[in-house]
Design a protein around this ligand. Structure first.
Ligand code: PLP
Length: 376
């Protein structure tokens, strides 16, 4: 990225030499993103990140229909949920939010049953950002394909399939043809790339209305001068992920996570593990510690140099339990004590040992201060 932040400042839309050099670099990055996904380079559109890609896919598909029906799940990231809410509130769309099971899995049969005459789009995430659950997209896309065969015979428009793959690209195998999706959103900063850059995969022939209007950038689908250094960083992240096995299931991460999971369960009582044992991102472990707040644990761990995220969003000082955890059946009072540990390729075994050393006294101290602990 550095040369493109310093001397190579050409605008890729300019015809002069330095402009053409930037254009070449952008197109090279597009090829790298496409290669990682098993896509064609002209099917990749650069955006400012996962949120924009999701908005571009959902609104760009829905708005031309004026009214219609969309199917999604109840555990999507707010990028999807808030976009659906907006389509409901301001554009008159009907949205079905599918339930999930104890592990956060969407039942593919439920998708088939939820499809109506007016359905235009199904959007189901590839992996959940809180629990790491991997959704059965292949089965879902097969069901949508079967429905589309019948719809084409009945002269009905087809149903398109989008996935928010922000949590999987670069960390888990993602091939758009194996998954059978028409659109896929990804974000650079989730797999060692820069922040503020992402992409939308759009299968050739999928109709999409542009949300940003202006110049002719990104084949008229996303106007605005390209973020050249960001795009180059995203391309490199994809190239590195591909060299590391195409976003393969990292065995070392799985081993470290298992050590962390077992260690926590052995050392601390009244703990619930929310990440599923199978079909889960290798580095994501979501755990609830009863009688304490996730935020307090995160702050205590931060003081000791460990960065985790508490699974709940804080609004106006009152921590709301996570919509994902409540959807998988965790009681709201328990969900408040959730912590998400995210292991990455730079984490070492000693760091897991360190967390296992410092966590039990933190939980003990917090529980000793908790009125819920004494009222149990
Ligand atoms: N979707 C999921 C599943 C995410 O985890 C995130 C970010 O955390 C997003 C979408 C939004 O991506 P971005 O931050 O690049 O806009």
């Amino acid at each position: 990225m550095l040369p493109y932040l310093k001397g190579k400042y050409g605008n890729p839309s300019s015809l002069h030499r330095i402009g053409r050099a930037s254009r070449d670099a952008v197109e090279e990055a597009r090829r790298k993103v496409a290669r990682l996904l098993g896509a064609e380079e002209e099917e990749i559109f650069f955006t400012s990140g996962g949120t924009e890609s999701v908005n571009m896919a959902l609104k760009g598909m829905a708005i031309p229909h004026r009214r219609g029906h969309i199917i999604t799940s109840s555990i999507e990231h707010h990028a999807v949920l808030s976009t659906c809410r907006d389509l409901e509130d301001y554009y008159g769309f009907k949205i079905t939010y599918l339930p999930v099971d104890r592990h956060g899995l969407v039942n593919p049969e439920f998708v088939g049953k939820a499809i109506r005459k007016s359905t235009v789009l199904v959007s189901i995430m590839h992996a959940n950002n809180e629990t790491g659950t991997i959704e059965p997209l292949e089965e879902i896309s097969k069901i949508i394909k079967r429905v589309n065969v019948n719809r084409s015979e009945a002269n009905l428009p087809r149903v398109y399939f989008h996935t928010d793959a922000v949590q999987t690209v670069g960390k888990w195998p993602v091939d758009v043809n194996i998954l059978g999706v028409d659109m896929l959103s990804l974000s650079g900063h989730k797999f060692y790339g820069p922040k503020g850059i992402g992409a939308l995969y759009l299968r050739t022939g999928t109709p999409l209305h542009a949300l940003l209007h202006g110049g002719h950038h990104e084949r008229n689908l996303r106007a605005g001068t390209e973020n050249v250094p960001g795009i180059i960083g995203l391309g490199s992240a994809c190239e590195l992920a591909e060299k590391g096995g195409g976003g393969g299931k990292d065995r070392n991460l799985v081993r470290l996570k298992e050590k962390l999971r077992r260690g926590i369960l052995k050392r601390i009582d009244e703990v619930t593990v929310n990440s599923p044992p199978d079909a889960c991102l290798p580095g994501t472990l979501n755990v609830c510690f009863r009688y304490v707040e996730g935020e307090s644990i995160a702050l205590e761990l931060d003081l000791k140099g460990v960065s985790v995220s508490s699974g709940s969003a804080c609004s106006a000082g009152s921590p709301e339990p996570s919509h994902v955890l409540t959807a998988i059946g965790v009681e709201p009072v328990v969900a408040r004590g959730s912590v998400r540990f995210s292991l990455g390729r730079n984490n070492k075994e000693e760091e897991v040992d360190y967390v296992l050393d410092i966590l039990p006294p933190i939980i003990r101290r917090l529980r000793e201060m908790s009125p819920f602990y004494y009222a149990r």
